[in-house]
Every structure is written in structure tokens, then in C-alpha cells.
Write a protein that binds this ligand. Structure first.
Ligand code: DHE
Length: 544
């Protein structure tokens, strides 16, 4: 096929001579192959997380051509450029896309979504690297850090984590990880840190090294968000697991080398309607303390899989149906019940990890987003677990003690009023009498740049606002979104990220939990786009 023929088949070329993308949909606007390739990459990096690789929608709206073609290029451009109150980012005005890219993206999403390639054992193994084999690793801790109080801070847009000494607040090392790195989790012993990027790359960091650094890596697909390790007695540090968004599957690996051992697809039927879904993405994963099981939450089909890892050659999976769009969640304080947000269903699903069943489905506010949630003892309702919401200003408290507070167990027992919607993370600590709730995605900068704190003993009093971004005292006009409260090991300090764009200054702010006063600001030119941070001790023992 000659160039003019190609141009003709693609419906005429706006840029004569450039190869055109061969659209499968005759109604879709023309694009050059170069534009299509750029858009495909940009879509994967910026849009797929919310709208899905196949654009079937989840946190974001579906963007299939039956919908987008009816809207047309001009309408779509405005949406992409300026965003929406419902959570769509303003890609043009935030400086992250230029006019040309906005135009290309508007045309791209009117094309049929290209199906990305599969990723099986051969591809996974080809990316697997043991940088320092177990026998060459230290046999004891070779540094003087109190590693239980190290924080692993996500540097989102540089594809790195900053390991920070929680005692001295000094950066220990900046470690290269996957693209748009997402979360860190620790091994059961607390020695190893596992970091996963959106590009599905897992890095394993050994905290015993003189300077903690990568010892192994592997890619488990093209897109992923979750990683964890086996924590049941006898299986400590033995296995790791990662969940992928694309392909929709999870991978079980060796816990000290990341050697891939088993890949399991999650494609299948949606709970309730029992219709087939081609892209049921794996969201949060935790390790059970009651059985040798991973708790794997599948978003679109609304299923929690209890994956028994005691014999992975004869894998036993208990499938618990709850509600579609399972996303993030955490244990209750007894670590028996996993509380997971079915976010677009406005529900919290309570999974009983001991009996392997759904304990309850609790109606909460609009689009719950707990992170791992926050546990505390309520003066009246006893132990409760709590979540904030993306879609409204409420904080829902759910009773979690079926033994001594039976009438409140797995019911929404109270609702606190927060600063506003756009809340992502909430946190407390067994030693604290405070509950912290951020709201980084609220459109009002006053709200997105501060945090609400409640006195647990006097919740009726409402909240106090801590102006975290102001305390960071940054020199430029970045977005300064305050995100993810995280306690130190002792439970007497709370850390926050002040998250600005890549070309603006960011910082970490540390608050004294007793006095609610500023304790420290950590600034460093290497702290670019800090978001989540994970204290080794609290992550290791699921303290939140
Ligand atoms: Fe996250 C947890 C998915 C956007 C920061 N995020 C999770 C988990 C999932 C997820 C499935 C639970 C992992 C687990 O526990 O095993 N996140 C997604 C998305 O699909 C989404 C909406 C869009 C995307 O493109 O990825 C998304 N997340 C974000 C952000 O924009 C945040 C605020 C900043 C960033 O770093 O990208 C962000 N997500 C986090 C953090 C956690 C997280 C800090 C862990 C919270 C915790 O306390 O454990």
C-alpha cells in the first residue's frame, strides 16, 4: 500500500504525506499515525486509570465511541481542557497538556479503543531481574536506621520513592521504581519494601542494606495498582502478589526474588447481573492474618477472591460476591474484617476473613474513598472504622465489634460533617485521640490545601482546620494539595504531603499529634510530586 493510498483509506490527510491511522470506525475523525501513537501513550498514562484501558468507565465515565462520537470533538476538547466538578482534571489549564494534545485526545477517544496486548508468563519472566540474589544480601541489618520508622514516600511523576528516616527526617535514598509509582507495602518481617508503579513494575527494596536499594524487579502487566506479601504464620516473607488493571489478572511471586510463579485471570461475570466483563481490574489486595490467603478485590465484577496460597499448584479460590466497583479498603482493628469501598455503588463491603464470607454491605455516602480507612474507639459505639467520600462532605462511621457492640456491628452508626467532597484518605492511630481527614480533590484551594481534625472523645464539637500547605511555606503558586495523613511508628506524629505539579515546589509537613502544632517541614529539590507515604511499622502491622 502506497502512502497516498493509505491517506485515502484513512479518509484524507490534514497533513499531506504523513501516514494516517487506519481507523476501524468510518465516522471517527481523522488522525495521523503519529497523533494516534502519542494519544495512545497519553491515554494510558493519564486517562486509563479512571476510564479503563478499554474505556468502559469506572471512577471516570465510559468513553466508548457510541458516546464520544455523539458529543463531538469541540465538546470533548472543552471537557479535557477545563475538567469538571465531578473530578475530571483540567488538563490544559493545569499545564499538563497543551492545546494540540487536547485536540489530539478529543479525536482519539472517538476511535475504537485499541485492545492492548496480553501479558503472560513469557513476558513476565522476560522482565524479571534479580539485582542482588538472596545469598549475596546482608545476613543482618547493615545500617543504623530504625527501619521500623522509615517512610517510603511516593514521588509520583518521577517514578521514584524517597526513603525517609522518620527519626531524623533526613532522606536516606531516592530509589528508582516504576512509572507513576502508586503504593508501597512491606513484607511480614518489615525487612523488604515492595513498590508498584502504574506501569505494573514492582521493585523490591532491602532495608537491611547499608543504603537500602532495589534487590529485584519484575513487570506483571501493562498497568497495575496493588501489591502485598504473605503474612500468615509460617508464610512470612515467602510470597508476594500483585494485581493488574491490564491485563485483568493477578500474579503470585516468590517473596524474596519476585520470581513469577502463577498468573490468574479475573475476566468473568459481574455480580448480580451475571453478564460477562472483559476487563475486571484488580484493585486492593491485602494478606489475611487468619489463613494463608490473599484477599483480592476485583473492581468491575464486584467480587472479593480469597486466594489460598498454601498450594499454588492446586489453587483454591473462594469467590465472595458483593457489589461492583470495589476499590480501596483496610482491616478493622481486630484484622478479621476487611472493609472495602464499592465506590460507584456507594457501599462498604465487609468481608469476614475468618469465615470467608460477606458479613455485610453497608450504605454510606457518595463515592466512599477510605484509603485503608481509620479505626478508633467511639465513646458510644465502641470500635468503629471510618471512611470519607469523594462525592460529598460526609465521613461515615461503621461499627466493627459484633461481640460486645452487636447492635452497632456493620451498620453506619454515625456521620460526621467534613470540610467538603474530594476526600481521599482518613487516618487515626491506637495511641491517638484524633481523626484526620484530607480533601485534596476539592475544587476550593482553601479546602484542598488543609486538613480537618476531629477529637475522637468529643466528635460533636466538629473539626479543627490545620492549614498544612500554608505551614509548608512554599515559594511558588503550585496546587499544594494536601494528601494522605500517615502516623509515625510511635503514633505521636502525623505526616502529610503537600503535592504540587512536577515543575513546582512540594514538601512534607509533620504535625505533633498531641498539640496539633507544626513539628517539621521537609523540603528538598528531590521531593518532586510526593503523594502517598507508608511508615514501615504501621504498614507491616496494618496499624491505621
Ligand atoms: Fe490510588 C491506593 C487505584 C489515583 C494515591 N489506588 C490505591 C488502591 C487502588 C488505587 C486500587 C488500593 C491499593 C491496595 O491497597 O492494594 N488510584 C487508583 C486509581 O485507579 C486512580 C483512581 C486513578 C489512576 O490513574 O491511578 C488512583 N491514587 C490516585 C491518585 O491520583 C493519588 C491521590 C496520587 C498518586 O500517587 O497517584 C493516589 N492510591 C494512592 C495512595 C494509595 C492508593 C496514597 C494508598 C493508600 C493507603 O493508605 O494504603
Amino acid at each position: 500500500v502506497t502512502q497516498p493510498e493509505m491517506n485515502y483509506q484513512a479518509g484524507g490527510s490534514p497533513l499531506a504525506g504523513e501516514p494516517m491511522y487506519q481507523s476501524t470506525n468510518p465516522k471517527a475523525p481523522a488522525m495521523t499515525q503519529a497523533e494516534f501513537d502519542l494519544a495512545r501513550k497519553t491515554y494510558f498514562e493519564r486517562c486509563a486509570g479512571c476510564h479503563g484501558v478499554l474505556r468502559k468507565g469506572a471512577t471516570g465515565k465510559p468513553l466508548t465511541p457510541d458516546i464520544t462520537l455523539a458529543k463531538g470533538t469541540d465538546y470533548l476538547k472543552v471537557f479535557i481542557a477545563y475538567g469538571s466538578a465531578a473530578g475530571m482534571p483540567n488538563w490544559l489549564t493545569s499545564g499538563e497538556m497543551d492545546e494540540k494534545t487536547v485536540d489530539i485526545m478529543a479525536r482519539y477517544i472517538q476511535q475504537d479503543a485499541p485492545t492492548p496486548p496480553e501479558w503472560g508468563m513469557a513476558q513476565t519472566r522476560s522482565t524479571w531481574k534479580v539485582i542482588v540474589p538472596p545469598e549475596q544480601r546482608p545476613t543482618k541489618k547493615m545500617n543504623s536506621y530504625n527501619i521500623a520508622n522509615i517512610f517510603s514516600t511516593t514521588l509520583r511523576d518521577t517514578g521514584e520513592v524517597a526513603l525517609i528516616d522518620g527519626d531524623t527526617k533526613k532522606i536516606i535514598n531516592i530509589v528508582k521504581t516504576g512509572y507513576a509509582v502508586h503504593i508501597s507495602r512491606t513484607s511480614a518481617s518489615g525487612r523488604y519494601l515492595f513498590v508498584i508503579g502504574r506501569d505494573a513494575k514492582i521493585n523490591m527494596i532491602d532495608l537491611w542494606m547499608a543504603t537500602p536499594d532495589n534487590v529485584a524487579e519484575v513487570r506483571v502487566g501493562l498497568e497495575a495498582r496493588s501489591v502485598d506479601t504473605s503474612k500468615y504464620k509460617g508464610y512470612e516473607d515467602k510470597l508476594a502478589i500483585a494485581g493488574s488493571y491490564w491485563p485483568p489478572q493477578y500474579t503470585i511471586m516468590n517473596g524474596d526474588t519476585l520470581e513469577p510463579l502463577k498468573i490468574v485471570s479475573t475476566r468473568g461475570m459481574v455480580v448480580g447481573t451475571q453478564e460477562y466483563h472483559p476487563e475486571p481490574r484488580v484493585a486492593s489486595i491485602v494478606a489475611s492474618h487468619f489463613k494463608p490467603e490473599f484477599v483480592v478485590n476485583v473492581k468491575e465484577t464486584g467480587k472479593t477472591l480469597m486466594v489460598d496460597y498454601s498450594n499454588i499448584d492446586a489453587l483454591k479460590v473462594t469467590e465472595i460476591g458483593s457489589a461492583p466497583f470495589l476499590h480501596d479498603g483496610g482491616w478493622d482493628s481486630s484484622k478479621r474484617y476487611f472493609m472495602v469501598a464499592a465506590n460507584q455503588s456507594n457501599k462498604i463491603s465487609v468481608i469476614d476473613a475468618k469465615d470467608g464470607k460477606l458479613a455485610a454491605l453497608v450504605d454510606v455516602g457518595k463515592i466512599p474513598h477510605p484509603g485503608r480507612g481509620a479505626n478508633f474507639i467511639h465513646p458510644k459505639f465502641g470500635p468503629v472504622w471510618s471512611t470519607g467520600h469523594l462525592g460529598d462532605d460526609s465521613i461515615s462511621l461503621i461499627g466493627t465489634d459484633p461481640k460486645r457492640h452487636r447492635e452497632y456491628a456493620f451498620k453506619k452508626v454515625a456521620e460526621l460533617k467534613g470540610q467538603g467532597g474530594g476526600a481521599l484518605f482518613i487516618k487515626s492511630h491506637p495511641k491517638s485521640s484524633h481523626l484526620y481527614s484530607d480533601s485534596p480533590l476539592n475544587p476550593d484551594p482553601k479546602i484542598s490545601q488543609s486538613v480537618a481534625v476531629y477529637d475522637i472523645r468529643n466528635l460533636d464539637k466538629g473539626y479543627t482546620v490545620l492549614p498544612i500547605a500554608e505551614w509548608a511555606d512554599l515559594q511558588d503558586d503550585g496546587a499544594k494539595r494536601v494528601v494522605q495523613p500517615e502516623f509515625n511508628q510511635a503514633g505521636d506524629e502525623v505526616w502529610f504531603s503537600v503535592w504540587s505539579a512536577k515543575n513546582k515546589q512540594s514538601a512534607l509537613v509533620v504535625v505533633d499529634d498531641k498539640t496539633l502544632k507544626l513539628k517539621a517541614v521537609i523540603k528538598d529539590p528531590r521531593l518532586i510530586t510526593p503523594t502517598g507515604h507508608f511508615n514501615v511499622h504501621n504498614t507491616q502491622h496494618d496499624v491505621y
